[in-house]
Design a protein around this ligand. Sequence first.
Ligand code: PLP
Length: 431
Amino acid sequence: MTPNSKNPETLVLHAGYRADPATGAVAVPIYQTTAYQFQSTEHASNLFALKELGNIYSRIMNPTNDVLEQRVTALEGGAAALAVGSGQAASAMAVQNLARVGDNIVSSTDLYGGTWNLFANTLRDQGIEVRFVDPADPEAFRRATDNKTRAYYAETLPNPKLQVFPIAEVAAIGREFGIPLIMDNTAAPLLCRPFDHGAAVIVYSTTKYIGGHGTSIGGLIVDSGAFPWEDFPERQPALNSPDPSYHGAVWVEAVKPIGPVAYIIKARTTLLRDLGSAFSPFNAFQVIQGLETLPLRMREHCRNAQAVADFLGNHPAVATVIHPSRQTGEAKRRSDTYLSGGLGGLVGFELKAGRDAGRKFIDSLQMFYHVANIGDSRSLAIHPASTTHSQLSAEDQLSTGVSDGYVRLSVGIEHIDDIIADLEQALKQAV
Ligand code: PLP
């Protein structure tokens, strides 16, 4: 039986590992080592030449990280994955693996602020242009494409708007040109499987729901193995032309004996080797502990967020509730299509009384943590207008979906009565 034929609840506990061969340990060991003994000089040179796969040095691979990589690959129905030091590193490397100086990518405007900064400033300064388009119109991706476009990029369930991205529509446009769609699925693990809808690559901040306990920063890039890079040699030169940094390897050819993993092997053997944003095995262990209960936690996050959305929808101090269950028209069609596993743990709402009431509400919360984070098992809240989005003009704030009274909740897995009680008392104080 292949690992992928099992259900998510089973895969998170069993994929990629069955007892430590050296000790019989059932929990995944933390292989806290920098280097690995070669069996012979021939073995060593085979590893370096990619004739054999195996461990060389923990900046590039590690057996604990490998279990995490295999588990998430199995969950997503992909071919292989790469664990890196943070979600930010995953986003950056996912793009840098294809785009070089003078190239561009087309990205949805609806992004986490850190990714926005990476794209609008740092990648631009490194010679990679990011063209931002409104995801409401998938055809905007086609219009922004030229012969230097190497990738499309978007988030499945971006906040604050919580409008699901049209994955299949944009992936199909990309396929015409030989352009892969990279999806940041951080807010919707298990709820959405982007590969089923045509995405070529998935990135995660494992810091959020996958880790789930707010202990460790980490990221993952997952390769579907389904993108036909070799059919588009001019569009995708990074994978189809000799790479001087790896003795002239042409990645689509070099990895053929291993499988359809040119994209992820290149990321590991060149970018991770050179940029060094390695994932610590201790953090991988922590994230594996989180992953083992992800299906249970996601069900509770979704159930509690739905109850919070319903409660806020009936509250007289609340002007609007932002949650996929309250959408209509095309936005609803997209959330019905792509969030087949549940509507997620994020809820936004606007207070009728505006900015000061938003701040007062946050200051009055007793159980919710006031933090710039999402996806923890604990409930979290933030008032974006006075924090994460405070540098933006009022106009730009509104265009990103942040009004003065907007509050973002990442609903946790505490008992729902306690969550509602905290919201209720804070609303009473705020208005
Ligand atoms: N992607 C999304 C959707 C995020 O929310 C975040 C962080 O908040 C990131 C990526 C970056 O992840 P990290 O903080 O692990 O670098």
